[in-house]
Design a protein around this ligand. Structure first.
Ligand code: ADP
Ligand code: MG
Length: 792
């Protein structure tokens, strides 16, 4: 068997598609080069060979152009000569032969030429496999078949009959109207289509047709308007059954897609190997892959569709789990930095705090301290509601690192938050003796050149023991003297890639990620399976609950009145504008208008500020600072703007359009008040909530417990929608992306199942090298060991 240049081309295209991870073939592209004897290589292909050999050593930036160059060379070859075979000394590689089949370009499929291929590429379909995985985004259930005399207005049915006559006429708007009369012996019914004059040719009198659609009414008679139709045949594709509706693009019609899909699925699923080991399939009663793919496209019934979905969702979740376990394995296989525990330093810090730690804080601290004494690098998530006191815990750990003579860094998502952290830390260290207080440096993007240079130097020389900052910390110029701990605040705002680049600033430093977004345990284990988790599930004593009220629209005036009275007591208030789906621009405009209205008509005489997503970082910062300094009474803000700053004097959070927000988001907004001494309030205004929205509002009204709300959120929406995780790329799974939510993932049981199976597989065979995992290994390689945008 030989590696043809055509095969090589397919592999390179696959490599490009997979984001240049050197994963298109097992062992990497360099393996191909190994099969290719240099001496036998014709001179004009030597460049190609060299590039293949060096490919794994290229950086991520260098890889795309290298692949393009290789493809270029191949393209030139193609026009000169018919592709010669490159012979190999080695045995045939089954891998190559099999993967290239389904990974051939769609033009290999009967009925698809270059033009169609181009149209399909707009739907992200390049290969045959892609086409098989282009799932319907919905279905029409035309299973109910009825005789014409039994039809009722409004029902969705299928009828079969003989065409009596078909006419075409021009309607008032100038459009072509085709009308057909069909009879099935029990009655007749008329069907109408618009702007498809060619139908008169196909729908000729005497032919037998099948019609599926909703029964409509016109001038007192039952009719079909633009129904699905097809000439009666043994295998129906468009009518009579559960009919798939595919995502389309210009030039591709629903009917073409369905027909093409049927052909492709029928032929290619017979050649589709199942990557899932059979024992897993049996234990979990999962459909074989080929059957699942057939049923997801052309389900024989709702049950079959559900089973197909279950199998394919399972695949997604399994992939996610295997990736997570793999990442954890890799991370832990690097040597870490065991740090000694310095009891004196710890006690010294705790004694000088103005309060004692809560039980939950103690527990979390112990877990973390345990970790940093281990020879493997720590990788832990510290989660706790806003105000639960995560910063103190992190600081206690940082002091241990400093006591061991190393550096610790704390990274926050915005400048203001970084500054706030710096401030909080100073305050917490206030009571400590000078000589025990670690030296600190704040590094943000807006520092002047001179100050920044000094900061860089302090960090490099190790003079700065604790470094606090923003993204600026992961910039090129920043070099640490000896970084042993990275603390990252508000995990969800940093990509995994950023986590990784911070890690690279030290020798496998311990990493502690802090998040105020409560995530139910099941989901946390799934998404952050590479992290260990500590949870602070207890608030510091004396924290007053935020009184939460869901108000009817007619109570808005009262809400304003209440707000004004709070301002008169020299407190401050937030007003969150409704979420606008269209765009940030529209949302900003709405906020500007609302701000105008509120300051002119509702709160004349009060100082009302405005914050929205179209403002520059500097402008936002300025407004937040004024609000924090008490120079504004009320802050009107769009939901896109993070108001994650501690303003103890703010006592009212008024949320407009509260029915549009998810539970977690409402809870996050509420967390912005109730941070001071005075009692605080959260007022929810909703115009016309759906019953589901009402359930959410009642839940927020009913509890202050972020974790309870998160569980509820998960239950109501399913993890796919949970906290917009889909957008965040965390749940970037093939079928979710493709099917617009095939894996609704509301099935927590399935999630657990996938987790268990992944562990079982991983424990027995961490690099999937056993023969029984060969197909599974190939499958994971194809989809990548890492999710998109995930470089850790
Ligand atoms: P988080 O980062 O979890 O939102 P912070 O660490 O900012 O919370 O803590 C919120 C506030 O509570 C801070 O002012 C902090 O000093 C205070 N705090 C933290 N722990 C305690 C405690 N055990 N008792 C009293 N106050 C505490
Ligand atoms: Mg915080």
């Amino acid at each position: 068997m030989s590696l043809t240049l055509e095969t090589l081309r397919h592999i390179l295209i696959l490599e490009r598609k997979q984001g240049f991870r050197n994963g298109a073939v097992i062992g990497g592209l360099e393996k191909l080069a190994a099969r290719w004897q240099e001496s036998e290589t014709p001179p004009h292909l030597r460049g190609l060979l060299k590039r293949l050999q060096s490919y794994p050593h290229l950086t991520r930036e260098e890889r795309p152009p290298a692949v393009e160059e290789m493809l270029d060379i191949l393209a030139r070859r193609k026009t000169e000569n018919p592709p010669p075979s490159i012979t190999s000394e080695e045995k045939p590689s089954i891998t190559l032969v099999e993967t290239t089949d389904l990974d051939s370009p769609v033009t290999e499929v009967k009925g698809i030429g270059p033009k169609r291929a181009e149209q399909l590429s707009r739907l992200d379909v390049e290969t045959i496999r892609d086409l098989l995985y282009l799932f319907p985004h919905r279905y029409n259930d035309f299973q109910q078949m009825k005789p014409i005399y039994k039809l009722r207005y409004g029902e969705v049915v299928t009828i079969a009959g003989t065409i009596q006559k078909t006419k075409s006429r021009r309607g008032r708007g100038g459009q072509d109207i085709v009308t057909t009369v069909i009879s099935d012996g029990t009655g007749t019914i008329q069907a109408t289509w618009f702007n498809q004059p060619y139908l008169t040719k196909t729908l000729r009198a005497g032919r037998q047709v099948v019609i599926s659609g909703e029964v409509d009414e016109y001038l007192g008679r039952l009719v079909f308007t633009s129904p699905e139709w097809e000439i009666l045949a043994p295998k129906l594709v468009h009518t009579n059954g559960i009919i798939p509706v595919y995502p389309l693009t210009e030039g591709i019609s629903a009917r073409w897609m369905r027909r093409q899909m049927k052909r492709t699925v029928d032929y290619w699923t017979l050649r589709l190997p199942d990557h899932l080991p059979s024992d897993v399939r049996e234990r979990r009663s999962l459909l074989p892959l080929d059957e699942a793919i057939r049923q997801i496209h052309f389900p024989e019934g709702q049950e079959d569709l559900a089973r197909a979905r279950r199998r394919l969702s399972f695949d997604d979740l399994l992939l996610l789990q295997l990736r997570v376990l793999h990442q954890r394995h890799q991370w832990r296989s690097r040597p870490g930095r065991p740090l000694p525990l310095d009891q004196n330093a710890l006690q010294g810090f705790l004694e000088h705090l103005p309060f004692t730690l809560t039980g939950a804080q103690h527990r979390a601290l112990q877990e973390i301290l345990e970790d940093i004494q281990q020879p493997e690098p720590m990788n832990r998530l510290l989660q706790g509601d806003v105000g639960s006191g995560k910063t103190v815990v992190a600081l206690a750990v940082m002091l241990q690192v400093v006591a061991a003579g190393c550096q610790a860094v704390l990274m926050a998502p915005t400048e203001l938050l970084a500054e706030q952290h710096a401030h909080t830390i100073s305050r917490l260290l206030d009571n400590m003796k000078d000589e025990r207080r670690p030296s600190r440096v704040l590094l943000t993007g807006s520092l002047s050149k001179g100050v920044r240079k000094a900061a860089y130097e302090a960090i490099r020389e190790g003079v700065a023991e604790i470094v606090i900052g923003t993204h600026a910390l992961i910039q090129e110029g920043v070099t640490f003297h000896d970084l042993a701990l990275a603390v990252i605040d508000e995990q969800h705002r940093f990509g995994v890639a950023q986590r990784a680049s911070l890690r690279q600033k030290g020798h496998n430093p311990h990493v502690l990620v802090m998040s105020a977004t409560p995530i139910p345990r099941t989901l946390a284990l799934t998404l952050y399976g590479d992290l260990d988790i500590s949870t602070i599930d207890e608030m510091p004593p004396g924290r007053k609950p935020v009184t939460t009220r869901w108000l009817a629209p007619r109570e808005r005036e009262r809400a304003y009145h209440f707000l004004r009275s709070q301002v008169e007591e020299s407190h401050q208030a937030f007003i969150i504008c409704p979420l606008v789906e269209e765009s940030e621009k529209v949302e900003a405009r709405a906020a500007v208008e609302e701000h105008q209205r509120l300051s002119d008509d509702v709160f004349p005489g009060l100082r009302v500020g405005l914050l929205h997503g179209r403002m520059s970082g500097q402008e936002k910062d300025k407004v937040m600072r004024r609000f924090a300094a008490g120079e504004l009474d009320i802050l009107v803000s769009t939901p896109v703007v993070e108001v994650g700053i501690d303003i103890p004097n703010a006592t009212v959070m008024l949320i407009e359009g509260a029915d549009r927000f998810g539970l977690a988001q409402l809870h996050q907004f509420r967390g912005r008040v109730g941070r001071g001494e005075a009692p605080s309030y959260c007022l929810l205004l909703a115009e016309s909530p759906t019953s589901e929205a009402e359930e959410r509002l009642r839940a927020v009204e009913g509890t202050q417990d972020g974790f309870a709300l998160a569980e509820k959120d998960l239950e109501m929406r399913g993890p796919g929608e949970f906290f917009g995780l889909r957008q965040s790329g965390l749940l970037d799974l093939p079928s979710i992306r493709r099917a617009g939510g095939l894996a609704k993932l509301s099935d927590v049981e399935l999630l657990k199942m996938a987790r268990q199976e992944a562990r079982r597989i991983f424990q027995a065979d961490p690099d999937l090298s056993q023969p029984r995992h060969q197909l599974l290994h190939r499958w994971v390689l194809r989809l990548g060991w890492q999710g998109e945008g995930d470089l850790s």
